[in-house]
Design a protein around this ligand. Structure first.
Ligand SMILES: Cc1cc2nc3c(=O)[nH]c(=O)nc-3n(C[C@H](O)[C@H](O)[C@H](O)COP(=O)(O)O)c2cc1C
Ligand code: SF4
Length: 518
């Protein structure tokens, strides 16, 4: 009997020993004379169980984890005998943390071989493209619009409207750009899907190309993601070989080609216009809008620029129907969001759920509270530009409008958890410092304001005219919020002001704070 064992090749799993676990299992199989076929997959996203390995059985895949090389032989024996083992987790699909999710975008991540078009197709891959090829441009646009999909990169702009603008703009050449710069703290969904199911991104971009009349696309991947670069390049080559990229896609009259470009290592290069500058070979500096990239984007041509997760949601929408996607969610936030639980959290990882789930449910129930075991004090949602929420706001539903109503943002869906040892004035200082370091320098409120912000918070922390300097920081935030050209300067006030609003007791000399805590 030939055993099929699945081991993630995801960068996160490799970081905690997936390659060593794979080698040890292979060695154990050779020692035992057991014939094994190893499949390197992406990660299922249950990070505390990585490296999580699975074996195919007639009942489904049985999972074990976290696997260390020392456990490899006994785990292999348990796989062969279908017997008990302390690391045995049962059927992977039945693990409650996974079963509670609604995986539309991440349905195949951790399941399929990310280098095999055949495996992708056998799990419903390319059904969305096949449907798109049967529809007219207007019909595809109607599907994307009806699905209610909003950009998953942070701003939440309706994807259907963006695509329609590019489709209706006449030009001899148009482009599709995938924003895989993923710079937000605590986020990893783009990386995971590129490493675990790269074809879904390629398929989404191809559908975008067919819809708006673009024949060329670029995936701009941050330089810190070498595994994702390899995975995407391998998938592009496989898609080309299978006739899903290049001339006459899927036997149609359309052609579409893709290329990976490695990013320049700056947070601001995730901002769409700075990204386009960088793609064109220049320094990543933000462009003034208008013109919008949809009218004048890459090389001055109409360009669809979307986040990885926005493109990855498209195949389901086309294959399953816009209404099936829009059937999930709450209010104007339709569909599902791949939420990323990170920081000081017990059960961190990728949790895809319909919008509307509350922050408290995500942090306390699904995340299991802090890893340190101390009480949760604050969470930052939406990356370094997102607000800090105290427990008092844990009833906030995960939804664009609900977060905005409380001066927060969901951004790219990252949640970073902090316990009660956090010093929130230090976090506020960090927000200003981050902005100062990452500012592209184009406008004064961001370039100068962030540095003045660091200095002023330092004074507050030193106990120098605390009330007066808090007033200066608030004033500075106001100037940055309304006077900055892009959201880096414009949103840095959110973490700063939320820390001041909800954790005012942390602002003052360190000795006072310690006394207050005692
Ligand atoms: C400073 C800054 C950094 C950003 N970084 C990213 C990023 O890493 N990935 C991303 O998709 N969008 C990022 N964005 C948002 C993009 O500008 C843009 O809104 C997005 O790529 C559009 O795609 P979407 O509509 O699919 O979200 C950033 C914006 C700002 C202001
Ligand atoms: S807000 Fe900051 S990052 Fe954005 S354009 Fe101005 S200087 Fe550049």
């Amino acid at each position: 009997m030939n055993f099929r064992i699945f081991i993630p090749r995801d960068a996160g799993a490799i970081a905690v020993g997936a390659d060593e676990a794979a080698l040890a299992l292979a060695q154990a199989a050779a020692n035992r004379g057991v014939a094994v076929e190893f499949v390197r997959t992406g990660s299922r996203g249950l990070h505390w169980l990585e490296p999580m390995v699975e074996v195919a059985t007639s009942r489904g895949r049985v999972a074990f984890g976290p696997l260390t090389p020392a456990d490899a032989t006994s785990v292999l024996d348990a796989m062969v005998t279908d017997g008990p083992h302390p690391l045995r987790l049962g059927l992977a699909d039945e693990i409650p943390w996974l079963k509670r999710q609604t995986r539309l975008t991440f349905a195949r991540c951790g399941v399929i071989d990310p280098r095999s078009v055949e495996d992708y197709r056998s799990h419903g891959g390319y059904e969305g493209l096949e449907q798109a090829l049967r529809l007219t441009t207007d019909e595809i646009l109607a599907e994307v619009t009806t699905s209610g999909l909003r950009g998953r990169g942070g701003a939440g702009f309706p994807t259907g409207i963006k695509w329609k603008t590019v489709a209706q703009t006449a030009a001899d050449r148009k482009y599709i750009v995938c924003n895989a710069d993923e710079g937000d703290s605590g986020t990893f969904a783009d990386r995971m899907i590129m490493e675990g199911d790269p074809f879904v991104v390629i398929e989404g971009m191809t559908i975008a190309g067919i819809t708006v009349g673009a024949t060329r696309g670029y995936i701009y991947i941050r330089s810190e993601y070498p595994h994702a670069v390899i995975a995407m390049n391998a998938a592009i080559a496989a898609a080309k070989r299978a006739g899903y990229l290049g001339e006459r896609i899927g036997g149609s009259a359309h052609h579409f080609d893709l290329e990976v470009r490695v990013g320049a290592g700056a947070y601001v290069c995730g901002e769409e216009t700075a990204l386009l500058e960088s793609l064109e070979g220049r320094r990543g500096v933000v462009r003034a809008k208008p013109p919008l990239p949809a009218h004048k984007g890459l090389f001055g041509k109409p360009t669809v620029i979307n986040n990885v997760l926005s493109f990855a949601a498209i195949p389901f929408i086309l294959a399953g129907g816009a209404k099936a996607y829009a059937g999930y969610g709450s209010g104007r936030s339709r569909g599902t969001m791949p939420i990323q639980l990170a920081g000081n959290v017990r059960y961190g990882g990728l949790f895809e759920a319909p919008f509307g789930i509350t922050l408290g449910e995500l942090v306390d129930d699904i995340g299991g509270g802090t890893r340190s075991g101390r009480p949760v004090r604050a969470v930052q949602v939406g990356g370094p530009l997102g607000a800090y929420f105290p427990r008092a706001l844990f009833d906030t539903p995960f939804d664009y409008e609900a977060f905005a109503a409380r001066d927060g943002l969901i951004g790219h869906g990252g949640i970073v958890v902090f316990d009660d040892s956090v010093d929130m004035s230090k976090q506020a200082r960090f927000a200003m410092e981050f902005c100062a370091v990452e500012s592209c320098g184009k406008c004064t409120p961001c370039r100068i304001g962030s540095t003045r912000g660091v200095e002023t918070i330092d004074r507050i922390r030193a106990g120098d005219r605390v009330a007066e300097n808090i007033g200066v920081v608030e004033d500075l935030c106001n100037t940055m919020k309304f006077g900055s050209l892009c959201a880096l300067g414009g949103f840095t006030p959110y973490p700063v002001l939320s820390a001041l609003k909800h954790f005012r007791e942390d602002f003052g000399p360190a000795s006072t704070r310690l006394e207050a805590a005692e």
